[in-house]
Design a protein. Structure first.
Length: 305
C-alpha cells in the first residue's frame, strides 16, 4: 500500500499524463479539420477538459478522491482485501461504437462534480437489438486504449464481454464481485433514460436501478448502495421522472458539444469529410483507419436498414 506522499505523487503524475494525452489527441485531429465550426468544437472540448482537469487536480490535492484502492471488475481478477471505507464509483455503461470525446467528458464531469474515486467504463457486449455494432472485441480494444490513459481515475471493465446484459445488470454483477467492500455506485446515463419505462413500455434506468437497490438491501447487508446520475440532454426533462423514484438522483449539465457515435459512424460509412470526426480522439480515428472499420461492412448496413 502506498503511503500518502507516494499516493499523491502517483496521482499527480496521472493527472499530468491525462492532460498531455488530451492535448496531443486534439492537436492530431486539428491537423485534419478544415471547417471552422468543427475547429470550434475542438476548442470547446479542450476548454471543458481543461476545467475538469483543474478540478481533478484540486481533488487530488485535498484528498477528495482515492482511486488507488483495489476494485474487482472481472471474474478473472483476484478479490481485493476487505475495506470498510466507502468507495464512491461511477458506473458508465456504453456501447462505445466508437468511443468519442463526449464519453470522456461525461466521465470527467461525473468524476469531479460528484467527487468520485473513479469512473468504471462498462463497454457493452453483443446486443441483439443492435446487429450493426462492431464486434465486441474490437469495440472493447479501441475503448480500452483510451480509457487506460486515464487510469486510475477511469477504469475499464470487461464484465459485459460474451453477454447481452444491460448496464444496470452489469453494475449489479460488479457489486457481486466485491462483497468485502463498501461501494456507493453512481450509475451514469443520458437524461433521456431518466424514466421508469421506455417508449415501448419496457423497464428503463430508474426501474432497473430500483430493482438493483432492492436486491442490495436484501442481500448486501448495507455494504453497497446505488444512486443515479443523468447527463442533461436538450429536449429531455430529466426532472420529470425524479419525483417517482426512491433513488437519490442527480442531473449534471450537458457537455459543451453535440456529438454522438451515430454521427461518427454515418460520417465514416458515407465517406464524409474528416471534419465530421473532429470529436473522435485521434488514436481512435487512426485505429479505425488502419483496420478499415466502417468501410462497407455489416456496421454500415445500419444506414440502409
Amino acid at each position: 500500500m502506498l503511503d500518502i506522499p507516494d499516493s499523491r505523487r502517483t496521482l499527480d503524475r496521472a493527472v499530468s499524463q491525462m492532460q498531455r494525452f488530451i492535448s496531443t489527441q486534439l492537436q492530431g485531429m486539428a491537423q485534419l479539420v478544415r471547417d471552422q465550426g468543427r475547429m470550434a468544437s475542438l476548442h470547446s472540448i479542450a476548454s471543458c477538459a481543461a476545467d475538469r482537469m483543474v478540478e481533478l487536480a484540486a481533488m487530488v490535492g485535498t484528498g477528495l478522491t482515492n482511486p488507488l484502492r483495489a476494485l474487482r471488475l472481472s471474474p478473472s481478477s483476484p478479490p481485493p482485501a476487505p475495506d470498510r471505507s466507502t468507495m464512491r464509483i461511477g458506473v458508465y455503461a456504453l456501447a462505445a461504437n466508437p468511443l468519442h470525446w463526449g464519453h470522456v467528458l461525461v466521465g470527467l464531469s461525473a468524476l469531479v462534480l460528484m467527487k468520485l474515486d473513479r469512473v468504471v467504463f462498462v463497454i457493452a457486449g453483443e446486443d441483439p437489438r443492435k446487429p450493426f455494432l462492431l464486434p465486441a472485441e474490437i469495440r472493447h480494444r479501441m475503448a480500452r486504449s483510451i480509457i487506460d490513459i486515464f487510469e486510475p481515475f477511469f477504469a475499464y471493465s470487461p464484465i459485459a464481454l460474451g453477454t447481452g446484459l444491460d448496464g444496470e445488470t452489469n453494475m449489479a454483477r460488479i457489486f457481486e464481485l466485491n462483497p468485502q467492500l463498501s461501494i456507493h455506485a453512481y450509475y451514469i446515463a443520458g437524461s433521456d433514460h431518466c424514466r421508469r419505462t421506455s417508449e415501448r413500455g419496457e423497464p428503463d434506468t430508474l426501474e432497473k436501478l430500483e430493482r438493483v437497490e432492492r436486491k442490495l438491501r436484501r442481500n448486501a447487508g448495507g455494504r453497497h448502495s446505488v444512486s443515479a446520475v443523468f447527463i442533461d440532454r436538450p429536449g429531455h426533462d430529466a426532472t420529470a421522472g425524479m419525483a417517482d423514484s426512491s433513488l437519490e438522483v442527480h442531473v449534471l449539465p450537458a457537455v459543451p458539444l453535440i456529438c454522438s457515435s451515430t454521427a461518427a459512424r454515418r460520417a465514416l460509412c458515407d465517406g464524409e469529410s474528416l471534419d465530421a470526426l473532429a470529436f473522435v480522439p485521434y488514436a481512435t480515428f487512426a485505429t479505425i483507419q488502419s483496420l478499415r472499420l466502417f468501410d462497407g461492412g455489416r456496421e454500415c448496413r445500419e444506414r440502409s436498414a
